[in-house]
Design a protein around this ligand. Structure first.
Ligand SMILES: Cc1cc2nc3c(=O)[nH]c(=O)nc-3n(C[C@H](O)[C@H](O)[C@H](O)COP(=O)(O)OP(=O)(O)OC[C@H]3O[C@@H](n4cnc5c(N)ncnc54)[C@H](O)[C@@H]3O)c2cc1C
Length: 373
């Protein structure tokens, strides 16, 4: 009988792990801070790569379900100059290795594949304590505690489990994005809709200014307005005053083509600031009995199109490692961590050597891992 696994976080990584453990008959419970599956809009499209994310989906036995949620045509990709000139335009011919899905739909198929009760909602971990011998005590915001012999931190960028393994904390990566949404764009914002096309669009400017946008279902344009500025610069903007903040951000894009600027000025939602943080690239730790990390908790990086894919693969690989060595959990964790450290360091290295030479202005344009020519 395998030792029960306690997972913190029902993001894509934690759920992929739970699913693979379930397939191998290993008992698992996932504790999630959010109060329900619909507590927070999951937002955004993810392209799931054939060399990592899709391998995890396969290990989870969910390939058919995955194909049923792929958004056909959304792998199209365009690169525009700031004046609107099309520099690169690639149609989606259905043969690409990075199909696009909605993050919420992907999370849903993982959740639906687990026995009821596997995920405990409204279970926010507030503290952790080593008890020795590989055992750990978890404290929850609801006042309860729990002791576990095998703990996995799948709790994202600001992991509460991470301090058990390492003192590393995320630092500001130098770039933030402001998110906007334009609804029913084909009829209400046709020029912007045409500029974005059927999939994703990147427009690079000078001085760390860039716009990345993609078409979501229902002709929604979801844009990430990238600005390379220190956090103080953003702190001086009042994001509670949506109109003023929008106008201030738009000013930074004076001189850009109107159809690109309208992705800022015509937003149907209040602009949402998202600073990017990162752990040191190649970050690792010494083995600590009874606990490990996966996904952003282990190797948070500025968005480079790999984060969700790596989290999925970490989860699947950890599940497989535990299933392969039911009598030697420490050997399983060591094997998993060595492969995970290698994988995440390689991903960080590849993106640091991207076409922009790792310059900060590559960040927002790199959100889905598509590279400008
Ligand atoms: C703007 C933006 C765009 C991105 N675009 C892409 C993309 O196109 N492609 C891609 O591959 N990646 C993308 N990423 C990266 C990707 O979102 C992450 O790498 C991925 O979500 C990591 O998954 P995870 O399961 O490790 O963590 P998360 O998805 O962060 O899940 C962690 C879960 O843990 C829960 N949790 C947190 N703290 C606690 C606690 N104390 N107690 C209990 N539960 C807790 C959270 O509520 C959450 O459900 C993007 C990121 C950003 C910010």
């Amino acid at each position: 009988m395998h030792i029960p696994v306690t997972v913190i976080g029902a993001g894509l990584g934690g759920l992929a792990l739970a699913r693979v453990l379930h397939l191998h008959g290993i008992p698992v419970t996932v504790h999630e801070a959010e109060t329900s599956p619909s507590a927070r809009a999951q937002g955004g499209l993810l392209d799931i790569h054939d060399y990592n994310g899709q391998l995890a989906i396969e290990a989870a036995g969910l390939t058919d379900a995955f194909h049923s949620i792929v958004l056909e045509g959304h792998q199209a990709m365009r690169v525009l100059d700031r004046d609107g000139t099309v520099l690169f335009d690639q149609a989606d011919d259905g043969t690409g290795g990075r199909p696009e899905v909605e993050r919420g739909a992907l999370r849903r198929i993982l959740l639906d594949s687990l026995p009821p009760g596997t995920v405990r909602w409204g279970r926010k971990v507030t503290g952790t304590r080593p008890l020795g011998g590989g055992r750990h005590e978890l404290a929850f915001a609801d006042g309860t505690t729990l002791t576990t012999g095998l703990l996995v931190g799948a709790d994202g960028a600001w992991s509460r489990v991470r301090p058990l393994l390492t003192s590393a904390t995320p630092e500001y990566a130098g770039t933030s994005v402001v998110e906007t949404y334009l609804f029913e764009a084909d009829t209400r914002h046709p020029a912007a809709a045409k500029a974005v096309g059927g999939g994703s669009m990147i427009a690079h400017g000078q001085g760390g200014r860039e716009i990345f946008a993609h078409r979501e279902s229902g002709a929604t344009l979801h844009a990430y307005i990238g600005l390379t500025e220190p956090q103080d610069w953003f702190a001086a903007l009042d994001f509670t005053d949506a109109a003023t903040a929008t106008a201030r951000i738009a000013r930074e894009f004076d001189g850009w083509a109107p159809e690109l600027r309208s992705l800022i000025t015509d937003t149907d939602t209040a602009p949402l600031l998202r600073p990017f943080h990162t752990l040191p690239p190649g970050h690792r730790w010494e083995r600590v009995p009874g606990v490990t990390l996966l996904g952003d908790a282990a190797h948070l990086a500025p968005p480079n199109g790999e984060g969700a894919n790596l989290a999925l693969l970490d989860g699947a690989e950890l599940g497989r490692a535990l299933a392969a060595r039911p009598d030697d959990v420490e050997a399983a964790l060591t094997a998993y961590e060595e492969a995970m450290f290698r994988r995440s360091a390689e991903a960080a290295e590849i993106h640091a050597m991207g076409p922009a030479g790792g310059a900060p202005h590559a960040l927002a344009g790199d959100l889905t891992g598509h590279q400008a020519p």
